[in-house]
Design a protein around this ligand. Sequence first.
Ligand code: ATP
Ligand code: MG
Length: 223
Amino acid sequence: MKGIKTKDLSFAYNDQNKIFIDTSFNLSFNEITFLNGANGSGKTTLCRILSGLEKNYTGSLIMNYLEMNTISFSERSKSIIYLKQEPQANVVATTPDEDLAIWQHGFDKDLDESSSILRERVMDKLKIKDLKDQPFWELSGGQIKRIGLAALLIHYDKYWILDEPISGLDTKLTDIFIEILEKRKLLGKGCLIISHKEEQFKNLIDKYYTIKDKSIEEILRNN
Ligand SMILES: Nc1ncnc2c1ncn2[C@@H]1O[C@H](COP(=O)(O)OP(=O)(O)OP(=O)(O)O)[C@@H](O)[C@H]1O
Ligand SMILES: [Mg+2]
């Protein structure tokens, strides 16, 4: 099954700050996995490791049968997309429309030669059509968050690594996003959701993990 498997994974930013020690866990790309943990326990660090941004881990981290450190950036990006915790960190251009065009085509096409149909559709879904040509510095945090979610929709078929995807979203957008995850689940498309708001996702979750004592532990729920 496609996914990520770790065995005795350890990671430290430096000797004084070990984040994970010999932890082993699996993520299936067909399942919805939920992960929580205290502030500073290493959730964002885990996302960075899983998406190939932190390479100095020890132990093994296998994605789709290959060791993560041997997979090129472009190869990794065919399978996963990582939505960062801070909305601004996902921004790569000046306006939402330009930004989504880069998420769609990379940097090799100008806006006017890129196809706008998909972008129009995802912006409509996430209620950001009116913002499409507004510079990011004029947008609120929640509005920028929605544009990050729109980038996910452009990469609908990939495995989504979601660091606090609903923090800062209003109720209406949270409901729309949960509905999107429900539809994807029916199609067998999974994701990793990092959040402090387990209740919001409870009807979707296949597997629960928590970070405890520098290790990622499965929690069994009776539902
Ligand atoms: N680039 C870095 N260099 C050194 N230490 C770092 C770096 N990034 C994070 N840390 C430290 O690693 C630990 C884990 O941070 P991380 O951001 O992964 O936590 P988190 O669980 O995502 O927290 P939060 O719930 O606040 O988002 C913290 O002690 C943090 O100070
Ligand atoms: Mg974090």
